[in-house]
Ligand binder design. Sequence first.
Ligand code: MIC
Ligand code: SF4
Length: 658
Amino acid sequence: MGQTLTEKILDDHLVEGDLETGEEIGIEIDQVLTQDTTGTMVWLQFEAMGLDEVQTEIAAQYCDHQTYQFDFKNTDDHRFLRSAAGKYGAYFSRPGNGICHNVHRENFAAPGKTLLGSDSHTPTPGGLGQLAIGAGGIDVTVAMGGAPYYIEMPEVVNVRLEGELPEWATAKDVILELLRRLSVKGGVGKILEYTGPGVESLTAPERMTITNMGTELGATSSIFPTDEQTKDYLERLDRGDEYVELQPDDDAEYDDEIVVDLSELEPLIAQPSMPDNVVPVREVAGQDVDQVIVGSCTNGGYEDILPAAKMLEGRQVNPTTEMIVAPGSKQASEMLAREGWVAEMMAAGVNFSEATCGACIGIGHVPSSDSVSLRTFNRNFEGRSGIEDDNVFLCSPEVAAAAAIKGEIVDPRDLADELGDLEAPGIELPDEYDGSKADLITPDEAPDDELVKGPNIGDVPLKDQLDADIEGEALLKMEDNITTDHIIPATQDILMYRSNIEKLSEFTLSRVDDTFAERAKEADGGVLVAGENYGQGSSREHAAMCPMYLGIEAVLAQSFARIHRANLFNFGIVPLTIDEETYEDIDQGDEIEIVDDVYEAVTSGQEEFTIRVNGDEEYTATLDASERERDILAAGGKLSWTKEQAEESGSGAAPADD
Ligand code: MIC
Ligand code: SF4
């Protein structure tokens, strides 16, 4: 039987297991990436494991999320990260050089390689035929130390693209269409592999908009085959020698197939406050728009900003609307500046930002009260923009620029009819990506060889071995699709404590209930209850680390998002699946007791657990976990487990702190 492209790359990197859907496999990781807000824990854990050098072909540390450095704590984090990259042998991308996914795709992403990153949008270079996966920080730490990455073999879904995009429809509309059809949990446990005649019409950057936002479907990864478009893009990056032709076999068998006819797509928009709340732009046209932002790792490339710049050439941003362009990389800014486009946009009334995540997580450009913001980003979870009652829409740069010109949501086709001289900008790649590399410090040039830690940089929290008894109050009952932004928000006031878990934990679940952290501390333990897709969104392991720190021992949910589920194991919290009836029957404040000896049950492979509610009703909850995951849980988390392993084998990671 022929292989899918996903299977071919996995096969090439397989160190354990068989490529059977649902089976745990171990794969070798060629490249890792980490960024400023997850990276501090990555390196603190690297240090705590006693590792002394990066083992992957490439490890890159980016500083991208909080580059405005409002507080010395942010700057100290960046200083620490530079020192860690220097000491352990990683590339270091300075604050302002750009968003990790953009800078990685420009410099390192390569077809056929595996990439693991402590950011949920790591799958971006899937558009270049790289198999890239987002993970919690400690998984990245361990992979960086040379160990395999373990994952349940996902289903491989064939997304067959037919036809070609019509004028004004873009790559963003392809992924918005998939979100409209499949929802934010439609991709869980799946890798989306794009095939079909429509693929060749999409340039590599367009493909990367699609693979980037596959994360919003909950997918493990998304990948395109490689072809002339891939080669062409790599050549323009002066990395043509890294091109490898990669295609699935003609008789490859997929677990499922979805067909998207590109020629039928039209400009789409995700309404507040979920990326799958998608409708045609025309359905919501006419709403006043207060703010427009073009940028982010989804649509912040040179190729994304140029269409908006062309639409604005010789025009002005509507006086009632503010428009911000936040490029994904400094290379994009530099090139657009050299070509005169930055000046053109400024003259049109655009405010040009440094290359940063910034506004995507509520750091800068927070919308005003009761206002509408149109963004080319990938997430519009409630409150993420920095204000609780936000109205954030997600769209393509073309739809964003049209709104900036008109001052209201408008389908760009209708605006073109109205203005008479507005042409569809299409997509254009530069002849060469020739930005300076001054902000990317290679391991050889590293100015540091010792760690530099500011006073806000704390220790990695450790948990004891798993208890035999788990009982406590259901401290919080939550609905479906709770995001990690709900669990640990990423806004500036909170983000600066990413390397100080004691302080950060005070904000745990504050977006759902601001009394939670206090109550959890007082209760000294307890459990969380949630609906479907608990923990969707970001990879931040802090969303497991902080509940652990507050004494949460188990989460009972109808289903879990992939990365967060792994993070719960990694921090010794038992993720139990419950059915809808059990979910309905448990109320916040109920006393929950796991009747079984939990340690014994976890280590012996038991799948069904008995839950007693208020000392009376009994229900069944399920632990669906591999042997390795059970061992990690029993040890109290991945750091303790890795140390145990090292002690047992008498090699590798020796504990640095005992
Ligand atoms: C996000 O888009 O939510 C983030 C901020 O990039 C996160 C990482 C983090 O929380 O540091 C992600 O996507 O993993
Ligand atoms: Fe940054 Fe936003 Fe992309 Fe996350 S989604 S990496 S915050 S730009």
